[in-house]
Design a protein around this ligand. Structure first.
Ligand code: NI
Length: 205
């Protein structure tokens, strides 16, 4: 993205971050006017931003009242993780044994950052780098539709609290090792395992 970011896009990105970080929580009604004031924006870009976040399933907008952060149902979590697993399993099995040294280095750098962030980083940054890691690898498969769908999924859904723990972070490195040596079965299992941990964490929320 080199073009200048519109005010609406800025508001979308900032509100998403506030939701991911738990600064805006499910079950409370927030006022659109307060958002406009905070960003020094008029009502139109705020309205557009809220509608975009609603279309991505993050909030519910009630005209004249405000908006509410969506609380994920167990069914929504299950559906989300199932689709992520389908997409990532296909793409990552597809790139097993196929990446160049440069591609592996780029992915390793992101995985190392995740391991460091899991120890002393903040959750928002972890979520951002986690997204970069998963999207970078999936993009190397070269199916633009899969990459786009995964990007939408990762933007639209909260990761469970605790995703940034050290065990999850370490799984990224193991996944890369399996991709590097071309162990297709191990890659499939590690993708499932990575998402299983999310599944169990969500079940415990
Ligand atoms: Ni991850």
């Amino acid at each position: 993205m080199v073009a200048r970011v519109s005010l609406k896009d800025q508001i979308v990105a900032n509100l998403r971050t506030e939701i991911l970080a738990g600064r805006l929580a499910p079950g409370e009604i927030y006022n659109a006017g307060d958002v406009a004031e905070r960003y020094g924006a008029s009502r139109t870009p705020v309205r557009e931003a809220l509608l975009e976040l609603e279309s991505k399933g993050l909030i519910h907008v009630s005209a004249g009242v405000g908006f509410e952060v969506v609380r994920l149902s167990p069914a929504a979590v299950r559906d989300y993780l199932e689709v992520r697993e389908l997409l990532e399993r296909t793409a990552l099995r597809g790139i097993a044994g196929q990446l160049t040294h440069e591609q592996l280095d780029t992915a390793r750098e992101l995985a190392s950052r995740l391991e460091r962030l899991s120890v002393d980083g903040d959750a928002v940054e972890y979520l951002e780098v986690n997204k970069q890691f998963h999207l970078y690898l999936v993009a190397q498969y070269g199916n633009a539709k899969i990459t786009q769908l995964l990007a939408e999924l990762m933007d639209a859904q909260l990761l469970p609290p605790g995703h940034e723990d050290a065990r999850t972070a370490e799984e990224h490195r193991r996944l890369l090792e399996a991709i590097e040596v071309g162990d297709v079965d191990a890659v499939g299992n590690l993708v499932a395992q990575h998402l299983d941990l999310s599944r169990r964490t969500w079940a415990a929320v």
